[in-house]
Design a protein around this ligand. Sequence first.
Ligand code: NAG
Ligand code: NAG
Ligand code: NAG
Ligand code: NAG
Ligand code: NAG
Ligand code: NAG
Ligand code: NAG
Ligand code: NAG
Length: 449
Amino acid sequence: MRFFSRHQRQGLLTHLLAALAVSTNAALDGNPLATSDQETLDAFAIKINQDDNFTVLKAEAKAAYKTAHGLPISDEASSSIDAAIDELAFSSVQKAVNSDTYFPKVYWLDAGPRNWFGLDVPGGRYSYDNPDCIYRTIPIDSSLSYVITGYRHTPGPADVTFSLISDPNSQNTVAYLSGSDLVIDSDGSYTITVNSTSADNQTNHIQSTTSAKQLLIRNNLGNWGTQKPDNLTVELVDDNSSESALTEAEIILTATWNLQESIVDYGVGALGIKTSLNKVNTLSTPSQSSTLGTLTTQASSFGHFNLSDDEALVATVTQGDADYFVFPLTNPWMITTDPASQVSLNNEQAVANANGTYTFVVSLEDPGVYNWLNTTGLHEGAIMVRWQGLPTSSSSSTSSTASPAVDVQVVAFSDLASVLPSETRYVTAEERASLLAQRIAAYSQRTTL
Ligand SMILES: *[C@@H]1O[C@H](CO)[C@@H](O)[C@H](O)[C@H]1NC(C)=O
Ligand SMILES: *[C@@H]1O[C@H](CO)[C@@H](O)[C@H](O)[C@H]1NC(C)=O
Ligand SMILES: *[C@@H]1O[C@H](CO)[C@@H](O)[C@H](O)[C@H]1NC(C)=O
Ligand SMILES: *[C@@H]1O[C@H](CO)[C@@H](O)[C@H](O)[C@H]1NC(C)=O
Ligand SMILES: *[C@@H]1O[C@H](CO)[C@@H](O)[C@H](O)[C@H]1NC(C)=O
Ligand SMILES: *[C@@H]1O[C@H](CO)[C@@H](O)[C@H](O)[C@H]1NC(C)=O
Ligand SMILES: *[C@@H]1O[C@H](CO)[C@@H](O)[C@H](O)[C@H]1NC(C)=O
Ligand SMILES: *[C@@H]1O[C@H](CO)[C@@H](O)[C@H](O)[C@H]1NC(C)=O
């Protein structure tokens, strides 16, 4: 039986206004992701992916993922592994096509499949892609100087970070510029320099060291309908006139290396050690680290679920000092199934409890709860909750910080009402349909030309 919200009318009005904002926002300005550099690199990545199928490495990756998952592997889980490995291989190619430090471009990757510019771009998601996050890369050589020009729309992303990393696969951070330290001019524009000069007392400067390879820029969208990723371009300061661009053979070699490393970093590391070692239907205590693709200002909690048709996993999240958190579901191979379905919710999309915590329901069937996470028909999958914008261990003033936390329990679907907080917001079928329509419209802005 469903409880019909007293706020149904108010809710529908809010939805209508948000849907209006989506269309207005899209009409006013272009899409910061649909650049000609993006088109060039997407086309190049597709070509390389067709020229080399990475057959042997894909088989190795598949074996490693299966080992990391452990037995048993259900038919349901088996049915999505090949597609996950294809995406992993394409992500390795995408990282490689924008690795030319003398001819740097800004490239959006780690996203689902899309059709744009007349190109059928395969998905390149891997290791817990966050549906809120626009991941973009810029290749960096520490002997060279770069100027990055940005433009912040209103409203901009919920969380922005610039991580200079030593390896595009393990993603170890060597230098970091936090969005909260970024100085933006009154007209929305900003420039960031990246070179080997000391970063002391320099605003908008990232100091590169010899191990630096790539700048990884994260723009996390809280409200997908209204928040836009920043415009970003990069210019090399040094002369590149005597340099020639990397050859396709060199790029294939880099892609091969990326895939080899990915097998270890994501197969053994993320899936095996971080995920599968946890007891089923539990989530690890949130922890902060600067390795394996996590941010220094981020805490993460990992887990995997196995639910029957008539069970639900109930999770209560404490935001703590984080500016932003997201609760995303993936298939057993750490890839979001359909981001346009409600497979993730962040602190701006979800409804909070009276005391500021958030309660989510993970289940196959729709319980009519606002904060429902749709497993998209899957009984098994993985979860990586993350909290961002936290003080780093060096900057935190110890005792005053509130720690992120998450509690989970599995209950019978029919017992949900008795375990959910009394203030739980329910939705009607119409509200659910409207929320989903909004989500799909907002998501499609990312690939609107
Ligand atoms: C930002 O990028 C969009 C899409 O390319 C463009 O329409 C808009 O003019 C850009 N804004 C600025 C201030 O550069
Ligand atoms: C890659 O796969 C395609 C389609 O299956 C096939 O046509 C092509 O020959 C393969 N290329 C290589 C290098 O294996
Ligand atoms: C390196 O960055 C610093 C700080 O922004 C800047 O003053 C300097 O001009 C840059 N060096 C080069 C060669 O561009
Ligand atoms: C940075 O600024 C602080 C305070 O203004 C000063 O004490 C320090 O010497 C400066 N460091 C450098 C490298 O200029
Ligand atoms: C480097 O090469 C690109 C592409 O050919 C060109 O547009 C750019 O102006 C060059 N930059 C420098 C500093 O020479
Ligand atoms: C999921 O749970 C069911 C029922 O308890 C069990 O039969 C199955 O083996 C479990 N699957 C995995 C992958 O552990
Ligand atoms: C749940 O996800 C599936 C798969 O994406 C979709 O077909 C279904 O409509 C979703 N259910 C609801 C109620 O949104
Ligand atoms: C906050 O409220 C939720 C929902 O009622 C409850 O589960 C949780 O224990 C509360 N947390 C604290 C710290 O009071």
